[in-house]
Design a protein around this ligand. Sequence first.
Ligand SMILES: Cc1cc2nc3c(=O)[nH]c(=O)nc-3n(C[C@H](O)[C@H](O)[C@H](O)COP(=O)(O)O)c2cc1C
Length: 303
Amino acid sequence: MGSGWRGILGFDYAIVQAPLGPNISGPELAAAVANAGAIGLIRLPDFPAPDYVRELIRKTRSLTSRPFGAAIVLPFPYEENLRVVLEEKLAVLQVYWGEFPREWVQEAHRAGVKVLHQEGLIPLLPRVVDLVSDSGIPVIAAGGIVDGRGYVAALAFGAQGVCLGTRFLATEESYAHPIYKEKVIEMSRTDYTNVFGRARWSYAPQRVLETPFYSGCKNLPDQETEENQPIIGHSIIHGVHKDIHRFAGIAPNPTATGDIGSMVMYAGQSVGLITEIIPAGEVVRRLVAEAKDVIRERLSDFH
Ligand SMILES: Cc1cc2nc3c(=O)[nH]c(=O)nc-3n(C[C@H](O)[C@H](O)[C@H](O)COP(=O)(O)O)c2cc1C
């Protein structure tokens, strides 16, 4: 098999479980993905909590002996957490939404940590592949991939691997609230919006499920933010108790209480293709098996 299948960053499969904030991709999910031979990423807190990060890493190590990674979101203070990732010599660090200083990349490489940087994709994919073709940098496609068809399409565009977020959200091991997982299974419409989380992060539109709550408030005037809204529930995020205001950018995890249906539910455009909650390892196994079927049944004429 070609290089698109194996060998990327030393993992069996070039399949990445996307980081899912604020703490939906925790040790259980990342370890399940690692145990299936793919790249699992624990999503680290958006605030400095080095001891807690070390605990997350140790917990993940207690669930898998395979390599895995961690992810940070760059607009938030990340240095202290990042240092722990390097000290613990995780296999991979994923960074998103901003510039990651070159010095940190070099430091990560010195610690043996590979750095994945995420940018929005599919229409850009062949161009990105061409642009980096001489650099030896592997390109991983993300966005709307949920099954073997998407996997093969990404490989055909020249990517070396794929990264899936929403598909891993709807797994047994993901740390999303059961109602959130159910909605991902039931619903197929999404919208791109900045209604949620404006106070904390002013221009960060994200894709969400068109839940009845969202449909009723999607034209929220710009000056409205979660800060002037009532508290609709509570949650524990990375060990910290939080009030959840209406329109906060906090997706519900299993500790969330209150009006879960009115909390933000992030999801990708291919959510309609996801119809059951399955183990994360099964996601990896199905992707590989389905991709082989697609190649055998639909592409064999090109051999
Ligand atoms: C619930 C949820 C939370 C996410 N949180 C993060 C995050 O914290 N950091 C990040 O880089 N990407 C985050 N993403 C985006 C994913 O990394 C990935 O790019 C995206 O999910 C890929 O598209 P897909 O969901 O169609 O597979 C999140 C996505 C979802 C669905």
